[in-house]
Write a protein that binds this ligand. Structure first.
Ligand code: PAF
Length: 289
């Protein structure tokens, strides 16, 4: 029988729960989440476990990464089911802080990872990565993990966290977990729950378009031609609005030139598009042979 994780809701309890493990020199693995857990999250928990002795998962729907009019109030909250899923993979501690615990009254300290936060998704959700960096920095200070896992599905977020860890000298190894996909290619996301059956049937067009664009770039087709085709594939598949499809340098996230990429070059394709009221993002690496 699997053991139940210890549930803690305050920083004080978290520190007390972790103290004996720390004294014994055990490695702490951490996965921050906003709940509504799917297979992608579970694969991150397993990835962090491989590199640690004690696993901590946080569930916190972070208000500072939602703008006015976004889905903060309707974001799926499934605490009981989440805890059951975490128990099934032997999670040791689930941290469920309140808003006041993460943002004490009068709190004004924020983290901004400049440059990387103002591109791609940052253009469409200007508040978003500042909220993410701020809450992840606070969670890192609360949990003080040795390793932490983030999904490659949120590639820009992953690169921002890596840069924050480097810039601020957090002694934490960051792991990037592979995107978990449904059989038709759709990347798993908590927001997929918003899609109607009809929308769901069309939503995999983003991953199909990115796959094809990656293959074409790998064969020497120009970035511009590959992106033009990917854009029209997504638009024709029933998406209502395309925010961007971009080919970027994997570290700086700067757009690549229109030309074919050099042999051996490894880059990243990223896309964001709206299916009805649901905004979906996806990305894929490529390497020209
Ligand atoms: O990827 C997410 O679910 C969130 O952005 C994170 C990293 C848990 C911060 O709130």
């Amino acid at each position: 029988m699997k053991k139940k994780p210890v549930l803690v809701r305050t920083l004080k309890d978290l520190r007390e729960t972790l103290a004996p493990y720390r004294r014994e020199g055990r490695k702490i693995g951490f996965v921050p989440t906003m709940g509504a857990l799917h297979d992608g999250h579970i694969s991150l928990v397993e990835l962090a476990r491989e590199k640690s002795d004690v696993s901590v998962v946080s569930i916190f729907v972070n208000p500072t990464q939602f703008a006015e009019g976004e889905d903060l109030d309707t974001y799926p909250r499934t605490e009981e089911a989440d805890i059951a899923r975490l128990a099934a993979v032997d999670t040791d501690i689930v941290y469920l802080p309140s808003v006041e615990e993460m943002y004490p009254e009068g709190s004004v300290t924020n983290v901004r990872v400049e440059a990387l936060s103002d591109l791609l998704d940052g253009i469409y959700r200007p508040h978003f990565f500042y909220g993410v960096a701020t809450v992840v920095a606070r969670l890192f200070i609360h949990v003080q993990p040795d390793v932490a896992a983030f999904g490659q599905k949120d590639y820009q977020q992953l690169q921002i966290i890596r840069r924050m860890v480097r810039d601020l000298g957090f002694p934490i190894e960051i792991l990037g977990g592979e995107t978990v996909r449904d059989p038709d290619g759709l990347a798993q996301s908590s927001r997929n729950a918003y899609l109607s059956a009809e929308e769901r049937a069309q939503a995999n067009a983003i991953s199909t378009a990115l796959n094809r664009a990656a293959k074409r770039i790998e064969l020497g087709v120009s970035v511009r031609d590959a992106l033009t085709e990917a854009r029209s594939m997504i638009e024709q598949a029933g998406f209502d609005r395309l925010d961007y499809v971009s080919a970027v340098d994997p570290e700086t996230l700067q757009d690549l030139p229109d030309a074919p990429v050099a042999e051996g070059y490894e880059g990243r394709l990223l896309a964001a598009a709206w299916m009805g009221k649901t905004r979906l993002i996806d990305n894929l690496g490529f390497k020209r042979s």
